[in-house]
Design a protein around this ligand. Structure first.
Ligand code: PEP
Length: 246
């Protein structure tokens, strides 16, 4: 399976930030892994135009479960697709925390994403208190069960394991802890979607940077990364792409 380097720009970037995309494409015109950047919605169309004909994929950071209607300020999966997106991040812990998103809502959004022809990048992860209480596998297992849409396949679903306490903190789980969770997720996925689970990309996310990327990517069942802060700069994201392509 091709590995995936996915970047989440969060609420960062205006038009001038697109120079980073040009620099990334100049440095990595044909990477061995898939490259995905998820900018703010305002930049999707421009980034998709800049990426046209390259190996770079463009994604959204959220979508509404409905295709259209009276939902001021929201964006549908169909609209993301229309703007040039191929993927959408769903259930990021910042949305679960800031907007009270539940597993059921994330699942409804994933259904909408798949119906619109987008790949759903479904995020799950435990808080620090949950890890300290020894509940990590129970929490992420429950999130996986509750967030995945029926009929998900390796072509329509990516799962990102992102410990909440590792996001933007510079802290990461040990390689053994990452390995334990990813092996657990592969197994749990098999129970949910059968043999297809073997080909679903399982990303690790949380303070991935050039200096720790290679060792994290060597962990079994880590099929790529979801990268926040380090995806904003072409040099850093490019180094992560290079580590995944090795
Ligand atoms: C994220 O928000 O998805 C993330 C992993 O952030 P960071 O890489 O900055 O920890």
């Amino acid at each position: 399976m091709k590995k995936l380097a996915a970047g989440n720009w969060k609420m960062n970037g205006t038009t001038s930030a697109l120079t980073e995309v040009q620099a990334l494409l100049a440095a990595h015109p044909a990477p061995a892994c898939e490259m995905l950047l998820c900018p703010p919605a305002t930049l999707i169309a421009q980034m998709a135009t800049a990426a046209s004909g390259s190996g770079l994929l463009v994604g959204g950071q959220d979508c509404h479960p409905k295709a259209s209607g009276a939902h001021t300020g929201d964006i549908s999966a169909t609209m993301l697709k229309d703007a040039g997106a191929s993927h959408v991040i769903l259930g990021h812990s910042e949305r679960r925390a800031d907007h009270g998103e539940t597993d059921a809502l994330v699942r409804a959004k994933a259904v909408a994403a798949m119906a619109a022809g987008l790949v759903a990048v479904v995020c799950i992860g435990e808080t620090e208190a949950e890890r300290d209480a020894g509940k990590t596998l129970a929490v992420i297992g429950g999130q996986l069960d509750g967030s995945l849409p029926a009929g998900a396949t390796a072509a329509t679903l990516v799962v990102a394991y992102e410990p909440v306490w590792a996001i933007g903190t510079g802290r990461t789980p040990t390689l053994a802890e990452i390995g334990e969770v990813h092996a657990f997720l592969r197994d749990r996925l098999r129970g949910l979607i059968g043999d297809e689970a073997a080909a679903v990309r399982l990303l690790y996310g949380g303070s991935v940077k050039p200096s720790n990327a290679a060792e994290i990517f060597a962990v079994p069942h880590v099929d790529g990364a979801l990268v926040g802060g380090a995806s904003l700069k072409a040099a850093d994201f490019g180094a992560i792409v290079a580590a995944l392509s090795a």
